[in-house]
Design a protein around this ligand. Structure first.
Ligand code: C2E
Ligand code: CA
Ligand code: CA
Length: 826
């Protein structure tokens, strides 16, 4: 109770006030006491001096004094005043009698009302003179005589009979009275002092209590608030009592709590975002404190368990437990941070980073450890994802080019160390592009995924299958003993694709061509190894696809030749070392020249090269687009010459590769080239393959634009691709060119004949012109004519001719008779 501030304060105030009041009282009492005891001493003095009342001198002096007092009333003969004076004198001197006489010695008054002896002659001692009172002493008292007068005048006389006994009695009475009143005074003084002390004490207690309450209440409220703040209850607000210092203090405390609350919320939020929690382990009390964030990371709630290091260890696996102890209890010199796995109560796993630091006291002694726990699951996951993205192909989940290079580099290093052999198998799917073009990328992608699975399924775990991009795959085979190992691997890979793939209800067949190269015998660097494996793969393709080829020196030469051809072609384009040849197309009914197909030739070292030798290089390198303008210009030029020589209305059929046909500026280029020439848009026919048209939006856009301008479109090599019919009408195809492979076999093979008949029938049905290519024999022509083919082209009519030769040929043009024999035109 006495520890409460209000009590302490009240008692102190009361004590202080009492001391002050007591001091005042004591001082006042001392003064009163002093004065009273002085009075008593005086009384005692006068009492003792009263013994000496008979002292003549004193009486005589009294006589003089009384003479003066009595003169006036006697002069005025004022009896009642005289009586009053007599009464007064009775009080002073307690005489036995007082007699006032006139100047003749007769009684004026004895002080009584009755005054019975009035005018009685009273004897006076002789020689009584004014200012010279006479005292006559006796044994029991004295008689005082004096003149009542002023100056020399005598108004009368006075005789005062004094009795010692009476006088002493009066004095004793007075003494007793003084004593009684002294005793009363003493007890009254003590009572009053005690009472006022009590009142003062009470008042000061109340006052002090009230005062202190006004102080202690806010203070204790603040103390309580401070405890709540410390306990983290920062939303607690103090009432702001007044404008004084206490109010200000409360306001400051509230502001501080608000700021702290804001900061702590911010901290909690940022910790939440960072997936962070903190912990502290105190060595002395062996207690562990965990922040809310730690519970969150553990998938738990504060209070859900008693926080101990052992309890935390239950969240980790056995292998991480020792790390946890070592960091949280500083069991031995250890790295201050560790990545450990925890398992939440709901079974989910999290990856956390545990960090700790020792806490030192002022004398550098370790008193405990504190640190953080950070949930880095997402971070690790995205790192893994990034790594996967960087190293794995998203479509097939196989290692990508990046990882492939890493693995190959590693395999080569191993091979160097062990003196062993590494083989690289380069795979390219056959005809994948056509499937992709014709059936769409969705199906193409699914096919790639299934192919990847099949290839992977036949390989050993130690072999690496990677996707290089597109339809290219690679396999790294380590520790190769001899070529037969590789033959087996290649065969297995090829055979794995031999069964068709069922995709969206379609049966798709695909094969792969494989090139094989070995380190260190075939190449000494990674780049070379890849290059020659690639060259071997091309050789496999040339060998009829679906097979494999080892790298050979000859292949190496071919690869080099391709490279040097590319250089030569670049120069040839710059120098325009090309020329055009023309192959006539004649109508099967009329036998007349209707159109010519424009064919490109390369003038190389004095010879003319056909496209078969260089076209693939031109296309692979993209150089072909640089030729488009020149081919169109030359075509126009020769059309002009044909017209000038009377060969009017001849259609010019120009071949365009997919790349050329996809050029953005193709329509403008054609407009520009045709402008001011004899060649009109509807006499220009562009020959493209089916896949070109199906491949891209840009091809389809160009097809539409060109059709609108009247330019004609021919589908080349029809029947070898996907022979999809929808686009024939949609893109306003004018001409179908029946591929020469069917024409070649049509006489011997009924299937081929059937195909040519079907294609020609189909074209007719759609209102499209049909042209048969590669017609070499009159029997082929006869059959085609029967099947309703509109036009033919081939060696039977003419080989491709230079411009001047074409003019000669046309001049001597012949027509076919009904038996398919040439006749000279009249
Ligand atoms: P294509 O469009 O199918 O051209 C027809 C090819 O068949 C020509 O070969 C022609 O000489 C050959 N040929 C014609 N009649 C017969 C025949 O009765 N029997 C046989 N066995 N062959 C015959 P060429 O000129 O070597 O052209 C090959 C390919 O080169 C062409 O095939 C064409 O796709 C491409 N090509 C030719 N010129 C150009 C061009 O200017 N630009 C583009 N992009 N490609 C061209
Ligand atoms: Ca053609
Ligand atoms: Ca063709």
């Amino acid at each position: 109770m006495f520890r409460r501030l209000s009590t302490k304060y009240a008692l102190s105030v009361a004590f202080l006030l009492s001391i002050v009041m007591l001091t005042v009282l004591v001082l006042a009492g001392r003064v009163v006491y002093q004065r009273t005891s002085d009075l008593r001493v005086e009384l005692a003095d006068s009492f003792s001096s009263a013994q000496a009342v008979n002292d003549v001198e004193a009486l005589r002096a009294s006589g003089v004094y009384l003479s003066n007092r009595l003169f006036n009333p006697l002069y005025r003969a004022d009896i009642s005043s005289l009586n009053e004076e007599i009464a007064q004198i009775h009080q002073w001197l307690a005489p036995r009698s007082i007699l006032i006489l006139d100047s003749e010695g007769r009684l004026v008054t004895d002080g009584s009302h009755e005054n019975p002896r009035y005018r009685e002659q009273i004897s006076l001692p002789a020689g009584l003179q004014p200012s010279e009172p006479i005292v006559q002493n006796r044994s029991d008292g004295a008689t005082l005589f004096f003149v009542i007068g002023f100056g020399g005048t005598t108004q009368g006389f006075a005789r005062v009979e004094l009795s010692n006994a009476r006088r002493l009695e009066a004095l004793r009475k007075l003494q007793a009275e003084v004593d009684t009143s002294w005793n009363g005074f003493e007890s009254a003084f003590i009572d009053t002092a005690l009472a006022s002390l009590g009142v003062i004490a009470l008042v000061s207690v109340v006052l002090g209590w009230r005062l202190s309450r006004s102080l202690s209440r806010p203070l204790s409220a603040m103390g309580q608030a401070a405890q709540e703040f410390a306990a983290g209850k920062l939303d607690h607000q103090l009432p702001e009592w007044s404008d004084d210092e206490l109010g200000e203090l409360a306001r400051s405390l509230n502001d501080m709590a608000r700021d702290l609350d804001k900061t702590s919320r911010l901290l909690t939020r940022t910790q939440e975002i960072a997936g962070l929690g903190s912990w502290e382990w105190r060595r002395q009390s062996a207690t562990l404190t965990l922040s809310r964030g730690v519970y969150r990371i553990l998938g738990s709630e504060p209070g859900a368990f008693e926080p101990t290091v052992n309890k935390l260890a239950e969240f980790t696996g056995a292998s991480d437990r020792e790390h946890l102890f070592s960091i949280m209890e500083g069991r031995y010199e250890c790295p201050k941070s560790r990545e450990i796995q925890i398992m939440r109560p709901d079974g989910t796993r999290r990856c956390v980073l545990l960090q700790g630091e020792p806490v030192l006291d002022t004398s550098e002694r370790v008193t405990g450890y504190l640190g953080i726990i950070q949930d880095i699951t997402e971070q690790r996951r995205s790192e893994r994802q990034l790594e996967t993205l960087a190293n794995y192909d998203s479509l097939t989940r196989l290692p990508n080019r990046n990882l492939f290079y890493d693995r190959l580099r590693h395999a080569i290093q191993q091979a160097e160390r062990r003196k062993s052999v590494v083989a690289l198998l380069f795979l390219d799917l056959d005809g994948f592009k056509a499937i992709n073009d014709a059936l769409g990328h969705d199906i193409g992608d699914q096919l790639l995924q299934l192919v990847a699975e099949r290839l992977d399924s036949v390989l050993r775990d130690c072999d690496t299958l990677a996707r290089m991009g597109g339809d290219e795959f690679t396999v790294i085979v380590e520790n190769v003993r001899d070529k037969s190992d590789l033959r087996e691997v290649a065969r297995k890979l090829i055979d794995s694709l031999s069964c068709g793939f069922d995709i969206q209800g379609r049966e798709l067949i695909i094969s792969t061509s494989i090139g094989i190269a070995m380190y260190p015998q075939d190449a000494q660097s990674i780049d070379n190894l890849i290059k020659i494996a690639d060259a071997a793969m091309y050789a496999a393709k040339d060998d009829g696809k679906g097979t494999f080829r080892y790298f050979t020196a000859e292949l190496d030469r071919n690869a080099r030749a391709r490279l040097s051809m590319e250089q030569e072609l670049r120069r040839a384009i710059d120098c325009q070392d090309f020329e055009l040849q023309f192959q006539p197309q004649i109508g099967t009914r009329t036998g007349r020249l209707v159109a010519v197909e424009v064919l490109l030739r390369w003038r190389r070292d004095g010879r003319l090269e056909a496209p078969a030798t260089f076209m693939s290089v031109l296309e692979d390198t993209g150089l072909v687009t640089r030729l488009t303008r020149w081919v169109l210009q030359e075509t126009c030029r020769w059309h002009g010459k044909l017209s000038a020589n009377g060969l009017t209305n001849i259609r010019m059929a120009v071949n365009l590769s997919a790349r050329q046909f996809q050029q953005d500026d193709l329509a403008e280029l054609i407009d520009e080239t045709l402008r001011g020439t004899t060649l009109s848009a509807d006499s220009l026919e562009l020959e493209i393959t089916e896949s070109t048209l199906l491949d891209r939006d840009s091809s389809q856009r160009n097809a539409e634009i060109l059709a609108n301008r009247g330019v004609r479109l021919a589908i080349d090599d029809f029947g070898t691709g996907y022979s999809s019919l929808i686009y024939l009408k949609r893109f306003h195809v004018d001409t179908l060119k029946v591929d020469r492979s069917f024409v070649r076999g049509m006489l011997e093979n009924p299937d081929d004949a059937q195909i040519t008949a079907t294609v020609i029938g189909l074209a007719k049905g759609l209102g499209i012109r049909s042209v048969a290519e590669g017609v070499e024999h009159p029997e082929q022509l006869a059959m085609l004519r029967e099947q309703g083919c509109d036009m033919v082209q081939g060696f039977l009519v003419s080989k491709s001719l230079t411009g001047p030769d074409l003019l000669d040929w046309a001049r001597g043009q012949r027509i076919l008779d009904s038996e398919c024999h040439w006749k000279r035109l009249a």
